[in-house]
Unconditional design. Structure first.
Length: 541
């Protein structure tokens, strides 16, 4: 038998027991049990400290009487001092006496407890899950705390977590999430509900006296989460953005409060990393407007409401057009022509930039086939596109499909595309560079690590940000930077371009400082392909 067994007669004396019973309690073989009364055996087991402290002889005898007289036979559980748990069944025999069976259910009980725990906790971080967070939310509502009359939900999203996953692998990402969970536990109060909502999103639900207290907690958590984390693969730096929603404590559903905190988080992320944003009603209006734009952009892609305008790049030495930059516009059926800053960020966040980017690339290549061979077409590529595995191969497929030579195509990327240095981005840039497609670094000089990119990545062209040219006529520092970048380009064999040429004086200054190409409204405004001037190499500008 897997169970220990004892049979007692009508006088409660042991008639027979099996070896399994002795094994469970560690009773020596030379100890005689037969003939002893049940209470004598139990008294000896209690005296030896085999049961947990709360199990007394009186409790054993009482529970035995209850079990023997019960109309429904249900097992009794008892905890042993060594951590095991026994399930004990009693069966009355005809003519008096009974049989007791003892089963070690320690593992079953632990499994059941683990299952119950997992039903309310996140398996990776052991924080509360959404189900447990709702229960904790109800408990906070029911708590009697007049000094803290408000409920606050802090919706937390980690910054640069995807970079850790892509660079160091998912094992490092999991390790990082566990460290984040530990920091959240350590820096919240007893009674606060700390939960993982999924991915790299967390939430803290707490009672607070006022909005300032909730904001202070959020700021403290951002500071804590911004400290470096040591994982097996190395030291990583992340951060967090937090949306906060606050309500007076009342019997209300958690979902509206969580929804408002989510809207506040979205607003925080649009303002930049490491931001705390507190919900207000205007965010709901902005969210609805954005949701409408997202729906309209889906239709715009399907109906091909986008079009390309081109702005020329002029060679300062030869004086003729060397290339054009393709700039996408949205021709809305009701609002007319919409500039890219109004919709490109939304398309990047929703992933719609990937199909739009493919359309822009293909259309630009087809348009370029009608231009002279010396004219290069430049296409802006989002960091989202560069992080798509196989993006470089897709570009080569477009060239093969349209028939445009790789030497006539140029892609413009920003520092944001290079900031994370993911393996996929590096692979795509390598494929593009080997094919002969030129790579331009746009908005150069506005970041903090541009010079290192020139050494680590295959950059063929630098586009100096327009802000330097706008100040060049009055600022010696701006002119010095343009001169230095132009000289750097000559030394490294990299073409330099300055944007924002709007006056003849700025054009003369760019030429004097050694800039190779210029771009700006003085030379041409973005215009449809059908309105572009003749690309006459004999025409000097």
């Amino acid at each position: 038998m897997n169970q220990g067994l004892c049979m007692f007669d009508a006088q409660s004396r042991l008639v027979v027991s099996n070896q399994r019973y002795r094994d469970i309690f560690g009773i020596p073989q030379d100890t005689v049990l037969t003939g002893l009364a049940q209470h004598e055996i139990c008294a000896e087991l209690v005296a030896l400290g085999l049961y947990s402290p709360e199990v007394t002889l009186d409790e054993i005898e009482r529970s035995t009487r209850v079990a023997l007289h019960a109309t429904e036979h249900a097992p009794i559980t008892r905890d042993l001092a060594d951590g095991r748990t026994l399930s004990i069944n009693y069966r009355v025999m005809e003519g008096g006496g009974w049989v007791s069976t003892f089963e070690d259910i320690t593992e079953q009980r632990r499994s059941a407890e683990r299952i119950a725990h997992l039903a309310h906790h996140d398996a990776l971080t052991d924080l509360a899950n959404t189900r447990a967070m709702r229960q904790g939310y109800r408990a906070l509502i029911e708590a009697n705390d007049a000094e803290q009359p408000l409920l606050a939900v802090l919706y937390i999203d980690l910054d640069r977590f995807k970079f850790v996953n892509d660079t160091y692998g998912h094992a490092a990402g999991d390790e990082l999430l566990q460290q984040v969970a530990a920091r959240l536990r350590k820096n919240t109060r007893h009674g606060d509900v700390v939960a993982r909502l999924g991915g790299d999103e967390f939430a803290v639900v707490q009672r607070v006296p006022d909005e300032a207290a909730a904001t202070a907690t959020a700021q403290r958590l951002i500071a804590v989460l911004s400290e470096p984390c040591d994982v097996a693969s190395g030291r990583v730096h992340i951060g967090a953005s937090i949306g906060v929603a606050i309500r007076a404590v009342q019997d209300l559903d958690m979902d509206p409060l969580l929804h408002d905190a989510d809207l506040a988080l979205r607003h925080a992320k649009t303002e930049g990393r490491g931001i705390v944003s507190v919900f207000d009603a205007s965010m709901s209006e902005a969210f609805e407007a954005r949701r409408q734009i997202e729906a309209e952009l889906q239709v715009a892609l399907a109906d091909e409401q986008f079009e390309l305008h081109y702005q020329t790049l002029v060679d300062t030495r030869a004086g003729h057009v060397a290339g054009v930059e393709a700039l996408v516009r949205w021709r809305h059926p009701e609002r007319g022509l919409i500039p890219p800053l109004s919709f490109i960020p939304i398309m990047e966040e929703t992933g719609l930039i990937v199909p739009l980017g493919r359309w822009v690339l293909e259309r630009a290549c087809r348009d370029a086939l009608a231009w002279p061979d010396h004219v290069v077409v430049a296409v802006n590529v989002s960091s989202i596109q560069l992080r798509q595995r196989g993006f470089g191969a897709d570009m080569l497929a477009v060239l093969a499909q349209t028939g445009l030579a790789a030497s006539r195509l140029e892609i413009e990327i920003t520092e944001t595309s290079l900031l994370e240095e993911s393996e996929v981005t590096q692979e795509n840039l390598a494929v593009i560079h080997r094919a002969g497609i030129r790579i331009a670094l746009d908005d150069f000089g506005t970041g903090y690590s541009s010079l290192s990119y020139l050494r680590r990545f295959p950059i063929d062209k630098i586009k100096i940000d327009r802000s330097f040219m706008s100040e060049a006529e009055t600022s010696a520092d701006a002119r010095a930077i343009i001169r230095a970048v132009a000289g750097l380009g000559v030394s490294l064999g990299i073409t330099t371009v300055v944007e924002g040429i709007e006056t003849a004086q700025q054009l003369a200054l760019a030429r004097a400082e050694g800039v190779v190409q210029v771009q700006g409204y003085l030379l041409s405004r973005p215009q449809p392909n059908t309105s572009l001037p003749e690309f006459d190499t004999s025409k000097q500008i």
